[in-house]
Design a protein around this ligand. Structure first.
Ligand code: ACO
Length: 326
């Protein structure tokens, strides 16, 4: 009997309409007595603009149009879908899952839905889980979505973090296929690094306990990121029996242009084989990889049959990679 694989048949994305350039942000922060500059942000991160959701727009409202775009690209209707996984660290509610809210907003009912929380590695984790559930016959057609409103958990008085992030959503339709599709996956985590990137607060007794805003030791994250991404990339290549030379496009988590350059260099890939959207989106956490993927597909850069290496790294510390054929 031939093996069941999973294959991406459609991609979609959605950005909230409010585009905030570095110049806009510098002016807004200056009005609050916080000093930063376009030069500092561009030089350290490559970010030039980000999109920010209106205060009443939850992650599910970004996820739904991204999902609809992916469904349209795949030639599918919501009723064709039998699994929804949403990767998010900024869910609409403590519970139920954002995936349940997305399911209802898409007019669906009945299929299993859940969220995956692996911060900026969330989409790579969610895609790996969906691939496994399709391979073992639990699902035939999944919507895998990364959706975030990180603007809600930023400390807008902390210039070391608030300039880095944006809001958005990206989605794929992943379908059972007798051809791969997803070639190999590799996931990791190490909880001893909880403190270098976290939102330490929680909800208890009707109150927020602790600090509900993002804390990051940027240099510690930076130092870990390049090394673990390289290891994950090599692991998926080895599992699939491929080499660096087989990669048509690298789609890394879009946190920082310098991390992406470092990762590409270690893989001997020229920068023109890397899909880069961080300059326009900022760091959208779990949404960044599917946003970049959809951008690459819709801009005509990514073609059917090409081999893509997706890799994520983020809070947890979590990291992982997915190697796939489009
Ligand atoms: N504007 C101006 N100056 C600033 C700003 C700012 N926005 N932020 C910090 N500075 C200052 C600092 O105060 C410091 O000044 P000092 O030298 O007088 O003390 C100086 O700039 C340098 O600060 P560093 O923290 O050393 O800057 P660095 O070069 O490390 O860049 C950055 C910071 C961009 C955060 C970088 O460390 C980084 O990208 N880290 C990785 C982040 C990441 O990839 N996260 C991914 C996961 S995200 C997730 O999972 C949610």
């Amino acid at each position: 009997m031939s093996r069941r694989y999973s294959r991406i048949t459609g991609t979609g994305s959605h950005l909230p309409p409010r585009r905030v350039t570095n110049a806009d942000l510098v002016a807004e922060l200056a009005a609050r007595g916080i000093e930063t500059s376009d030069d500092w942000i561009v030089e350290r991160t490559g970010i030039r603009a980000r999109h920010l959701a209106a205060p009443d727009v939850p992650a599910s409202d970004l996820a739904v149009p991204a999902a609809r775009a992916a469904l349209a690209a795949a030639g599918r209707e919501p009723g064709d879908i039998d699994l929804i996984i949403v990767a998010t660290s900024t869910p609409d509610m403590v519970f139920p899952s954002t995936a349940a809210i997305v399911q209802h907003k898409l007019g669906m009912a009945g299929c299993p839905v859940f969220d995956v929380q692996a911060v900026c590695s969330g989409f790579v984790y969610a895609l790996t889980v969906a691939d496994a559930l399709i391979a073992n016959g639990t699902a035939n057609r999944a919507l895998v979505i990364g959706a975030e409103v990180f603007s809600r958990i930023l400390d807008w008085s902390d210039r070391t973090t608030c300039v880095l992030f944006g809001d958005g959503a990206g989605a794929v339709v992943l379908e059972a296929s007798d051809q791969p599709g997803i070639l190999a996956t590799d996931l990791h985590a190490d909880g001893k690094y909880v403190d270098i990137l976290c939102v330490p607060g929680g909800v208890s007794g009707g109150q927020v306990l602790g600090d509900p805003l993002l804390k990051m030791d940027g240099q510690a994250v930076f130092k870990l990121a390049v090394g673990v991404l390289d290891k994950a990339a090599r692991a998926v290549l080895a599992k699939a029996g491929k080499t660096e030379a087989d990669i048509d496009w690298l789609i890394p988590h879009q946190a920082n242009l310098r991390i992406m350059q470092g990762t590409a260099k270690k893989l001997h890939l020229p920068l023109d084989k890397v899909i880069v959207t961080v300059h326009e989106h900022g760091n959208t956490s779990a949404a960044s990889i599917p946003l970049a993927l959809d951008h690459g597909v819709r801009s005509g850069q990514i073609q059917a049959g090409q081999t893509l290496l997706l890799e994520g790294v983020g809070g947890g510390f979590t990291w992982g990679a997915v190697l796939l054929n489009m």
